[in-house]
Design a protein around this ligand. Structure first.
Ligand SMILES: Cc1ncc(COP(=O)(O)O)c(C=O)c1O
Length: 428
């Protein structure tokens, strides 16, 4: 079809095919406008958004306070480079992260960077300097990003690792609990103890890095006892406990940080990102002063880390999310979504489990292959719902809607999801 006769979406897709590296995966959706929990495409079709740019829109697309903060900041100054010209918004974000921190220790400090992977890598750097040790322990089903060390720490070969080696050294992997597939906390603790006997001396381990709800790996929620048991082992061996909250943080589970759902757990370092910047790139490492102070001046940073616009947006985001009413509403939303999903699990064969923490919810198909989830996503998209899958086997459908979703929007989205389940049929 000649270009002039195609839809606006087709024009963009043609340009994408011609000029954009194919390694960047793209869907059919071509966005023209987004507001709250709705996206309009360039051909005027409207969608309910259950993806939130992969969990980056907990406060909704174009939250008015975020947009206002960005505009005000844009009128004053843009990039400076924090090591060329300091600015208040950077310091203010770090202050708020200190006030909201779930980490151990009274005095908290933060480092601001551009993306989750960069924050994870910096957490490892800080842990290594603070402990003088090289090794890193990570888990099955983990996702920590796509840069060399973060990719090494990630637990999925295709598409994240195949062909991209050699990988970073001194990264060790053990199973994490996955109750639905039979891996208990006891199994995971036994595997860690075995690792320390068989493969790596715990006295050489700088840190363990764990997502309290494993995101890309399948929305696998750590059982109530596991983070505390892991923390106890870390403390026994002087290992830094890094809590990766890039996907589960900033209100996603109905608490500021998912780790707050776990009694008695205070990680040493907390990594945040995604929704922190309200739609602009920002990620952070937060932790107690003794750890953060271990790296000497100049050892941390990056040209754009803590960009003024991103910081201005983050201050507005943290104001919104820290509000008790926002978090209470997020929990209420989670309960509503969960009960509808559980209903779907009863009515549709082959859904093995509905799981999640607060409104960070997913359903896993019994069959460990991606075809059914793919068919549901595509049927949902045709009907006006943007939805994502995840999981090592691509057989998990996850919900990451803006937490500002109204009940009517939630109903509309869930009804489309149910229709999509019917349309996709039972592939088991
Ligand atoms: C838990 C977790 N850590 C790290 C990352 C990497 O973040 P980014 O894509 O911003 O580098 C992600 C991204 O999905 C994530 O979910």
């Amino acid at each position: 079809m000649p270009l002039e006769q195609g839809t606006a979406s087709e024009h963009v897709a043609e340009g994408r095919a011609r000029y954009v590296a194919p390694g960047v995966v793209t869907p059919e959706l071509v966005v023209a406008q987004a507001e709250g929990a709705r996206i309009t495409d360039v051909d005027g079709r409207s969608y309910i958004d259950f993806a939130g740019g992969i969990g980056c829109q907990n406060t909704g697309h174009r939250h008015p306070a975020v947009v206002e903060a960005i505009k005000e900041q844009a009128d004053r100054y843009l990039h400076q480079g924090f090591f060329v010209g300091m600015y208040e918004p950077y310091v203010e974000v770090c202050k708020r992260l200190a006030d909201l921190s779930a980490c151990s220790g009274r005095e908290q400090r933060s480092l601001l960077v551009n993306a989750g992977a960069e924050a994870v890598e910096n957490a490892v750097k800080i842990a290594r300097v603070a402990t003088g040790r090289p090794a890193v322990v990570v888990f099955d089903y983990a996702f920590h990003g796509r840069t060399l060390l973060a990719m090494t720490m990630t637990s999925k070969v295709v598409p994240y690792k195949r062909g991209f080696g050699p990988f970073a050294p001194e990264v060790y992997r053990v199973p994490a609990p996955y109750p639905y597939r039979g891996a208990t906390s006891d199994d995971a603790i036994a595997a860690l103890e075995h690792l320390f006997k068989a493969d790596v001396d715990p006295a050489t381990v700088a840190c363990v890095v764990l997502e309290p709800v494993q995101g890309e790996g399948g929305f696998i929620v750590m059982p109530p006892d596991y983070p505390a048991r892991l923390q106890e082992i870390c403390r026994k061996h002087g290992i830094v406990y890094v809590d990766d909250e890039v996907q589960s943080g900033v209100g996603r589970t109905g608490q500021m940080w998912a780790i707050e759902h776990y009694d008695g757990v205070e990680p040493d370092l907390l990594v945040s990102g995604k929704s922190l910047g309200g739609g602009l790139p920002l990620a952070a490492v937060t932790g107690r002063a003794e750890l953060m102070d271990a790296v000497p001046s100049g050892g941390l940073g990056g040209t754009f880390g803590g960009n003024p616009l991103s910081c201005a947006a983050a201050i507005a985001v943290l104001d919104v999310v820290a509000d008790r009413d926002f978090l209470a509403r997020a929990r209420e939303l989670g309960e509503n979504l969960r009960s509808r999903l559980e209903g779907m699990a009863k009515n549709h064969e082959g859904i093995g489990e509905v799981r999640g923490l607060g409104p960070m919810l997913a359903l896993e198909f019994v069959a460990r292959e991606p075809s059914r989830a793919k068919a549901v996503l595509s049927a949902a998209f045709e009907r006006g719902l943007v939805l994502l899958s995840c999981g090592l086997y691509g057989n998990v459908i996850r919900l990451l809607p803006p937490l500002t979703l109204t009940d009517a929007e939630a109903d509309e989205g869930l009804s489309i999801l149910e229709e999509a389940l019917v349309a996709a049929g039972s592939a088991d």
